[in-house]
Design a protein around this ligand. Structure first.
Ligand SMILES: [Zn+2]
Length: 282
């Protein structure tokens, strides 16, 4: 059972839970409105978050979606409040409303290469045998950017896209110097090989670097990253992109130069990142 973390009077988050792929959920508490970030991967997940907020006398009034993936939207009906999404996310939600999430249909979609085995397994585990998935329509739609004034604190939501999902938003809380990145820095998983592309990653990092933050939330990282931790993650991504181009996707050469650049043996995580760029190199 994850426990709600309080970072300030304005900022709370529920850590992710890897086993059933629950992402981080967060609350930005304003004097007039409280913004919730993401709806969770099930009614149970949403309920758990709401209950823990209640123990701090916090009730959400408006919810923003980082992107359309199941683990971020399946709790939307339980959240039962005004919701914000960009037009691309809205369209994907409409598509998902037509799907069945029973074993048979899930397995068929995995077989057809439309659904990821990893997601299908997590859905089965999270939702159990009685599966009722109702995803309501998001209510407030934007295209590029929207700003929310919550009373004493605000939130800028910007559509940034990226490899993971083209509808990804980031959410920036200037008063807290907090940046919520959703899954936008993760690989494209809806592909034969999980991958990053040099072009999309470069564009995305440029956008992210336009925000002055001290704390960074990646939806499936166990804890938020400090400025330094995020900077080293970004430098790994950037260097991987540059070296993938320079060495035309030759993994050995990329790894050798990377290791001498950072002056340490590459970790499993480093090699995974390089691998994604190599997979996406064409
Ligand atoms: Zn995702």
């Amino acid at each position: 059972m994850q426990t709600l973390q309080k970072l300030s009077n304005r900022l709370f988050y529920l850590p992710p839970y890897q086993k059933t792929d629950r992402p981080i959920l967060a609350a930005v508490v304003g004097d007039e409105q409280t913004l919730l970030i993401d709806a969770g991967n099930s009614s149970n997940h949403a309920k758990q978050f709401k209950e823990q907020l209640t123990s701090y006398h916090i009730t959400g009034s408006i919810l923003a979606l980082t992107h359309w993936h199941w683990d971020h939207v399946f709790g939307l009906s339980e959240m039962d409040m005004t919701s914000i999404a960009n037009f691309m996310t809205f369209d994907k939600v409409k598509e998902m409303q037509e799907l069945s999430w029973e074993d048979k249909e899930l397995d068929e979609r995995v077989e057809a290469g439309i659904e990821i085995p990893f997601c299908a397994d997590a859905i089965k585990l999270e939702l159990g045998s009685k599966r009722e998935v109702i995803i309501p329509n998001p209510t407030i739609l934007f295209e590029k950017q929207i700003t929310l004034k919550l009373g004493g604190v605000s939130c800028i939501i910007e559509h940034v896209g990226g490899d993971h999902s083209s509808d990804s938003n980031l959410l920036y809380i200037p008063e807290e110097k907090a940046l919520f990145l959703g899954d936008c820095l993760y690989a494209n998983m809806y592909a034969e090989k999980w991958h990053y592309t040099i072009e999309k990653m470069t564009k995305l990092l440029e956008k992210i670097e336009g925000y002055d933050a001290e704390i960074y939330f990646l939806s499936h990282h166990p804890a938020p990253l400090t400025k330094d931790e995020f900077a080293s993650f970004v430098s790994l991504l950037k260097k991987s992109a540059i070296l993938t181009k320079k060495h035309k996707g030759e993994i050995e050469e990329i790894a050798t130069e990377m290791s001498s650049y950072f002056q340490h043996e590459l970790t499993k995580d480093d090699l995974e990142i390089i691998g994604y760029f190599v997979n996406g190199y064409a």
